[in-house]
Design a protein around this ligand. Structure first.
Ligand SMILES: Cc1cc2nc3c(=O)[nH]c(=O)nc-3n(C[C@H](O)[C@H](O)[C@H](O)COP(=O)(O)OP(=O)(O)OC[C@H]3O[C@@H](n4cnc5c(N)ncnc54)[C@H](O)[C@@H]3O)c2cc1C
Length: 650
C-alpha cells in the first residue's frame, strides 16, 4: 500500500453523533439504500456477524433497485440496522477501530454478493477513502527529487480532469499553468446548460474520491449542482490563481533540443502568444466539440437552430413547432423538459436507446437517507463502493460476447439476453397503451452496444403526449422551412435543436500538435486516435492525455475514476523523468502497438465492439476508439506506477 497523505475532503463535515430517538432512527431506515448498509455497519462496529448469508445481494440482480433484495430481506436488514444503530448511539457514537484488511475483504465480498474481491482490496480502500483520506495523493515532492530543475507544465482544460491534474501537481510542488478557452472551470458542466442536463452515474460515485460529499441533494445531480461542485473544488484546491481563462491552445510543437513544447495560445480578443512548457497535459475532454449531422441543406434553415451543448436560452420555445434531431443521452434528458412547453415537438430518431429503469433519477436524496449519510460513519463511502461495483465491474460480464451463444443479433450471451428481457419488459410496461410507439422504442441491438440511458417514466410520458411525434423515417434534407424525410414529407418547424452529440473520436482537435521529427499528431492518427493507456503517444514526448483514447466506459461507471488513475500515472511519469535526469519521454512504439492490439481484440468481444449498430464509440475507421474494454481494476492496476521499460527517453 502506498503512503497515505491525509487531506480531508472539502465537503465532508465531521459525521455527527447520533442523538435521534428510536422512532427517528426507524423512520430514517425506511429511506435507506439497503445493500451498502450492513457492510457499513460491520465496518463501523467491527461486528461481522451482521453479514448474514441470507441477506447477501444476488450478484445477478445487482442492477435492480435495492440490489434485487426481497421485501423480507429488506425488513430484516432494517431490523438489524436499527438494533446496531441504537447500540452505537447508546455507546456514545464511537466507531470501532478500522477493521483489518482481511475483515474489510469479507465485508466487501458480502457487499458484492460473494465475488472474490482480494485483488480489489487496495483499489477499493482508495475508493472508499474512509474517513476523508486522500489515498491517491502523491507520496513524493519535486523538491526532494529534483529541487533545482526548472520544469513547467501546461494543462489544457479546466474541467474535471484539468482541475484534478492541477491539484496533484500542486501537491507535488511542480510549476503549472492551466489554460481554458471558457471563462470558468467545469468543462462539460459549464457548457451544457440544456434543460434537464444531469449526470447519469450517481454523484456518490461521480465525484473525486478525495472530495466526497455526504450531502448531495440529489442522487443524480443536475448541471448546476455539478458546476457548483467543481467550482468549489477549484477554490478548495486553490488552483484558480494558476488558470488563464478565455485562452485556447491553437497548436503545440515539441523541440527535441530544448526539451520544450512551444504552445501557441489565442485569447478571446484574438491576440496570440507563444508559451513554453516542459510537459503538456491535454485535459480537453472527449465531449467538448459539438457535432452536427451531415444533412444536405443544414445551413438553409431560416429559423433559429442550436446544439444541445450550446443551448440558446434566448429562443423562447413556448408554443413553437420544434424539431429535435437525435435521441441520445442529451436529447433524452431535454425532450421531457421541453415537451410540455412547446406547441409541437417532432423527434427524429435514428436508433432507439436502451433505458435503464431508475426510480430515483430525478429524486432528491430522501431526508432519512441523508440523515444516515451524515450520522453513520462510512455509510456514504460504502454506498460509493456499491455504485462503483453495480455500475462497473460487477456487471461487465453481462455485456461480454459468449462465443458459444447463438443467436447473437439482439443479445451476445445468456446474461445479456436476460438483461434484454428485463429492459424490454420495462418498455412494454411503459408503452403498453401505445403499441405504435413500442415498436419504435425497442432497440434491435444488444444491451451494452450503446450507453444505457436512465429513465423514471418521463421518456414514455413525453413521447406519449398529444403534441409529440416520434419519427423514424430517415431524413433526406433540411430546407428553409424544416425537414424532408425519405417518404417525401416536408415537416415544417420553427426551431431546430440538435441532440447529435460530439466529435468524440476526434481526440485533441482542433489543436495542431507536432511531435519529434515534425510528425503531426492528427496525420499520424489519420482519424484513428490511439494512445498507451489513453495517456502517451510514441514520438510525442511529455504530451500526456487525460480522458484520452480508449478511456471511456459504456456501462455507466464514472470518468472521474479514469482521470484519477490517469493523473496518478502522469505524476509517476514526471517522477521517472526527474529521477532519470531525462528531458522527455514517450511510450515505446512496440509497447503502444501491443497494448492497442489487446484493447482492440477485447473490444471486439464486448457488445459495443461486436455490434454493428451506429454509435459514437466507433471512429471513422469503424474501430472502437473510445472504450476501455477491461475491468476498472485493470485500468487502476496498469496506471498505478509506470514501468520505465515501457518508455523511450529524450
Ligand atoms: C451532457 C453530458 C453528460 C455526461 N454525463 C456523464 C456521466 O454521467 N458520467 C460520466 O462519467 N461522464 C459523463 N459525461 C462525460 C464528461 O465529459 C466527463 O465526465 C467529464 O466531465 C470530462 O471532464 P474533462 O475535464 O476530461 O473534459 P471536459 O469537461 O470536456 O473539459 C474540457 C475542458 O477543456 C477545454 N478545452 C478544450 N479544448 C481546448 C483548447 N484547445 N484550449 C483550451 N481549452 C480547451 C474546454 O473548454 C473544457 O473546459 C457527460 C458528458 C456530457 C456532455
Amino acid at each position: 500500500m502506498t503512503d497515505t497523505v491525509l487531506t480531508p475532503s472539502p465537503f465532508v463535515g465531521a459525521v455527527e453523533p447520533i442523538t435521534a430517538t428510536d422512532d427517528e432512527i426507524r423512520a430514517a431506515l425506511e429511506d435507506a439504500e439497503l445493500p451498502p448498509l450492513l457492510p457499513a455497519l460491520a465496518y463501523l462496529t467491527g461486528d461481522l456477524s451482521l453479514l448474514r448469508d441470507e441477506l447477501r445481494p444476488d450478484p445477478l440482480l445487482l442492477a435492480m433497485p435495492q440490489g434485487g433484495l426481497t421485501e423480507e430481506q429488506r425488513a430484516e436488514i432494517r431490523a438489524l440496522a436499527f438494533d446496531t444503530l441504537r447500540r452505537f448511539r447508546d455507546g456514545g457514537s464511537r466507531p470501532a477501530p478500522v477493521p483489518s484488511d482481511e475483515d474489510i475483504l469479507r465485508i466487501m465480498e458480502f457487499a458484492v454478493g460473494g465475488a472474490d474481491m482480494r485483488d480489489y482490496l487496495p483499489l477499493l480502500e482508495e475508493e472508499l477513502a474512509a474517513r476523508g483520506e486522500d489515498r491517491r495523493a502523491p507520496a513524493w515532492r519535486k523538491a526532494d527529487v529534483a529541487p533545482d530543475l526548472d520544469f513547467r507544465v501546461l494543462i489544457v482544460g479546466a474541467g474535471m480532469s484539468g482541475l484534478l491534474a492541477a491539484h496533484r501537481l500542486q501537491q507535488v510542488g511542480i510549476d503549472f499553468t492551466v489554460v481554458d478557452k471558457d471563462d470558468d472551470v467545469g468543462g462539460t458542466w459549464l457548457e451544457n446548460t440544456y434543460p434537464g442536463c444531469r449526470v447519469d452515474n450517481p454523484n456518490h460515485n461521480y465525484s473525486y474520491s478525495f472530495a466526497q460529499r455526504h450531502d448531495w441533494p440529489l442522487h443524480y445531480s443536475t448541471q448546476e449542482v455539478l458546476l457548483d461542485y467543481f467550482r468549489r473544488c477549484a477554490d478548495a484546491f486553490d488552483v484558480r490563481p494558476h488558470i488563464r481563462f478565455g485562452t485556447e491552445v491553437v497548436s503545440a510543437t515539441w523541440d527535441d533540443d530544448e526539451g520544450l513544447w512551444h504552445v501557441l495560445v489565442r485569447r478571446k480578443d484574438g491576440t496570440e502568444e507563444t508559451v513554453t512548457a516542459h510537459a503538456v497535459i491535454s485535459a480537453v475532454g472527449q465531449l467538448n466539440r459539438p457535432s452536427y449531422p451531415d444533412i444536405e441543406g443544414r445551413d438553409s434553415f431560416a429559423g433559429p437552430s442550436f446544439h444541445s451543448a450550446r443551448w440558446d436560452h434566448a429562443v423562447d420555445l413556448a408554443g413553437k413547432r420544434v424539431a429535435v434531431i437525435g435521441t441520445g443521452a442529451s436529447a433524452v434528458q431535454f425532450i421531457p423538459e421541453i415537451a410540455p412547453k412547446v406547441g409541437e415537438l417532432l423527434v427524429f430518431q435514428r436508433t432507439p436507446p436502451w433505458m435503464g429503469p431508475t426510480e430515483d433519477y430525478h429524486a432528491e436524496v430522501a431526508p432519512g437517507l441523508r440523515w444516515l449519510y451524515t450520522h453513520v460513519p462510512s455509510y456514504s463511502e460504502w454506498n460509493r463502493f456499491w455504485i462503483f461495483w453495480r455500475m462497473g465491474d460487477g456487471v461487465l460480464d453481462g455485456v461480454r460476447v459468449d462465443e458459444e451463444y447463438e443467436p447473437k443479433g439482439e443479445a451476445v450471451s445468456m446474461m445479456n439476453a436476460f438483461a434484454r428481457m428485463m429492459l424490454v419488459g420495462y418498455l412494454q410496461e411503459q408503452f403498453a397503451d401505445r403499441p405504435d410507439l413500442l415498436e419504435k422504442v425497442v432497440p434491435t441491438y444488444p444491451v451494452g452496444a450503446k450507453r444505457m440511458l436512465r429513465d423514471n417514466g418521463v421518456w414514455a410520458g413525453a413521447l406519449k403526449r398529444d403534441n409529440v411525434q416520434l419519427l423514424t423515417t430517415p431524413i433526406t434534407r433540411i430546407t428553409s422551412k424544416g425537414i424532408v424525410t425519405e417518404d417525401g414529407v416536408e415537416h415544417e418547424v420553427d426551431v431546430f435543436v440538435y441532440g447529435t452529440g460530439f466529435h468524440a473520436s476526434k481526440f485533441l482537435t482542433p489543436m495542431q500538435i507536432t511531435g519529434q521529427g515534425g510528425i503531426d499528431l492528427h496525420e499520424h492518427w489519420n482519424g484513428d486516435a490511439r494512445a498507451y493507456l489513453g495517456v502517451s503517444v510514441p514520438g510525442f514526448p511529455n504530451l500526456f492525455c487525460l480522458y484520452g483514447p480508449n478511456t471511456n466506459i459504456v456501462i455507466n461507471g464514472s470518468i472521474v475514476y479514469f482521470s484519477e488513475c490517469g493523473v496518478r500515472y502522469i505524476v509517476g511519469l514526471l517522477k521517472l523523468l526527474f529521477e532519470g535526469h531525462h528531458r522527455g519521454l514517450s511510450v515505446r512504439k512496440d509497447v503502444h502497438d501491443e497494448f492497442n492490439e489487446a484493447v482492440d481484440a477485447e473490444n471486439k468481444r464486448m457488445a459495443w465492439g461486436w455490434s454493428d449498430v451506429n454509435s459514437w464509440y466507433k471512429n471513422e475507421k469503424g474501430r472502437v476508439a473510445q472504450n476501455w474494454p477491461f475491468t476498472l481494476l485493470e485500468y487502476w492496476r496498469r496506471t498505478l506506477e509506470p514501468d520505465p521499460d515501457d518508455f523511450d527517453f529524450v
